[in-house]
Design a protein around this ligand. Structure first.
Ligand SMILES: [Zn+2]
Length: 293
């Protein structure tokens, strides 16, 4: 029987103003009940105090260890979650209203930033973040996602030099951000195996591209449009025989009807697998990447 992988992921664990340990625990509980093991991306350093996450927010350490023991995967989300620490975010993200200041900064400093994003500069940043997470949590960190999907050739090279097992910083469905910007008329991007393979070529480290976040402060009014996009992307990934990887964010998913969308999407995928007779496997990204393609 043909296999289809569903890789749930969650960003911004321990990011000040965007994640509380209560919401993190609620999310672990929800995903356990839904039998949807997820990969969580943790921010190693609190930018405001410059302290390691386990000193700034010690309450996350036992909560993460418990979730890890239950089979959830934990990976690295940048170093300080600064927009430019490993690369430059794509325009669709810099166009979001809360990114206005970063957009201006990127426009004025593009050349300088590109020159700064060399493997020699980025390897120590990667290493610092990974060591903080591994020391605090007591298990190996194998995966990486860059904050705000920033990227640079140097970042992908540095990830390979440091022997990360997977990266998930690339995206397949830009239309999700168009919707967030109120551009409701933009059609969904086509998802094909060719596009997926092209993204993977960016790095020697296997890249698991995500589609987009359908749950960001999701209002009732936008629920149907986002749910239609999520179903479209799931079916397109299935058609292209590539894993479906999506993301939500610790606080924003609870702020609106994001949880209801996820629940509906999990049910939709399970129903589709039953009807069409393929095996649907909910799995963490570290395990998906170990499967032969
Ligand atoms: Zn983030």
């Amino acid at each position: 029987m043909e296999k289809m992988f569903f890789g749930m992921s969650v960003d911004d664990v321990a990011l000040r103003h965007w994640s509380t340990v209560e919401n993190f625990r609620r999310l672990v509980k929800f995903l356990s009940e839904e039998k949807a093991p997820a990969a969580f991306f943790v921010v190693p350093v609190d930018e405001e105090t410059d302290k390691p996450f386990n000193e700034a927010f010690p309450e996350y350490v036992p909560a993460i260890r418990e979730a890890h023991a239950k089979g959830f995967c934990f990976a690295q989300h940048g170093l300080r979650h600064n927009r430019f620490e490993f690369g430059i975010p794509p325009d669709m993200i810099l166009d979001l209203p809360h990114e206005a200041e970063n957009k201006r900064y990127a426009a004025e400093n593009r050349a300088k930033l590109a020159a700064e994003h060399t493997p020699a500069n980025l390897v120590p940043r990667l290493r610092q973040g990974r060591e903080i997470l591994e020391k605090a949590l007591g298990f190996a960190i194998e995966g990486f996602r860059a904050p705000a999907l920033q990227e640079s050739p140097g970042m992908f090279e540095a990830l390979a030099l440091e022997d990360y097992k997977f990266d998930s910083s690339a995206c397949l469905q830009e239309t999700g951000w168009d919707y967030l910007l109120g551009r409701a008329e933009v059609p969904p991007r086509e998802i094909t195996r060719e596009r997926w393979l092209a993204l993977r070529k960016k790095s020697a480290v296997p890249i698991l591209p995500l589609t987009c976040d359908y749950t960001w402060y999701l209002s009732e009014e936008n629920f149907n449009r986002m749910f239609e996009l999520a179903k479209h992307d799931y079916l397109a990934c299935r058609e292209a025989s590539v894993p479906f990887v999506t993301v939500c964010h610790v606080d924003p998913v609870w702020n609106g009807c994001g949880i209801r969308l996820l629940s509906s999407l999990f049910a939709f995928a399970r129903r589709d697998a039953l009807e069409k007779g393929y095996e649907l496997v909910f799995e963490t990204l570290d395990k998906i990447v170990r499967q032969k393609e």
